[in-house]
Design a protein around this ligand. Structure first.
Ligand code: AMP
Length: 296
């Protein structure tokens, strides 16, 4: 059988929020498990890895496209937002649909963002506020993200949400929200997927020039080297090593944080499982990456 035809038949495309909710209720009524992979579109192998793992943990997988970043940027200029959406629909949507089919996504949920954000975008405040205060202006510059996660829970009503380790800080926020609001949803976090040169897969990589990309490799190179150290002298040494590597690659650093992997408290020593997380800018593209290390 023609593979494309098979996928075409199988994947359901839903644009209405109400239809999505009804579908989810019916599915769960049959005792089935629904997992959600939430993305901002422009799908790549990092996203699809989440789908592959979701498939192993659930009966059906709903992948959604949330244009929240662009909506936030353009909502005061509707014409620009309309142009963005038109461009997405003509140039990208088919590619995202095709990749979703290839990986066996069951439901492709692409709601009209104006219906999703009927009210203005504004922040919600739960437990996450403390985290934001701890890292002011670094990790949580965008309060809309948490709200969009909550909306996802209510629109798709999944049993499982898939989150990539790439956004480890955001994932802890999600876990707090699941707990604070008693959502019967389990979070599964999956490792970072990388390109052959080591960079974390991201739609942003396309915007790098060849020389910027060459320089950007310094992020993962530094992280990998740290992973291979036989002992961890001090947090300062770790940060210094990353800083030097990125500066050599002509990048500028937005932040380097070394913190506890389970509660994101900043650490003085690597005395437990820790996240080393970095955001750096090459050209005008900001890239983030992280590794999890254990005491040695
Ligand atoms: P985004 O579309 O960038 O908001 O990402 C949607 C989801 O895919 C998030 O849970 C990310 O952590 C995850 N993701 C993005 N890039 C990667 C990657 N290179 N490896 C693994 N997961 C990723």
């Amino acid at each position: 059988m023609n593979k494309d035809f098979f996928y075409e038949e199988r994947m359901k495309i839903i644009e209405s929020i109400e239809e999505m909710q009804q579908y989810s209720i019916q599915l769960k009524g049959k005792g089935k498990i629904l997992a959600n992979v939430s993305t901002t579109g422009f799908l790549h192998k990092g996203h699809m890895h989440l789908v592959d793992i979701a498939k192993k943990n659930a009966d059906e997988v709903v992948l959604n496209i949330d244009h929240v970043d662009s909506y936030r940027k353009f909502q005061l200029e509707p014409n620009i937002y309309d142009e963005y959406l038109k461009k997405y629909r003509t140039e990208q949507l088919d590619k995202d649909l095709e990749l979703s089919r290839q990986h066996g996504v069951d439901i492709f949920f692409h709601p009209d963002i104006r219906k999703v954000y009927i009210s203005q975008i504004n922040p919600i405040h739960v437990n996450i506020k403390k985290l934001r205060q701890k890292y002011p202006g670094i990790m949580f510059v965008d309060p809309t993200i948490s709200k969009s996660n909550l909306k996802d829970f209510n629109m798709m009503m999944p049993n499982i949400v898939m989150m990539g380790q790439k956004d480890i800080f955001q994932n802890l926020e999600v876990q707090y929200m699941l707990t604070d609001f008693n959502y019967p949803i389990k979070m599964i976090m999956t490792p970072i997927v990388r390109e052959p040169d080591g960079l974390a897969s991201s739609s942003r990589l396309k915007s790098l020039s060849d020389s910027e990309r060459e320089g950007a490799r310094s992020i993962y190179q530094a992280l990998k080297e740290i992973e291979e150290w036989t002992s961890y002298p001090s947090i300062g040494d770790i940060k210094e090593h990353i800083r030097n590597s990125i500066v050599k690659g002509n990048g500028s650093i937005n932040y380097i944080v070394v913190c506890c992997a389970s509660n994101l408290e900043e650490l003085r020593y690597i005395d437990r499982e820790a996240v080393v997380t970095v955001e750096a800018v090459f050209g005008n593209v900001s890239l983030s990456d992280n590794i999890i290390i254990k005491p040695k």
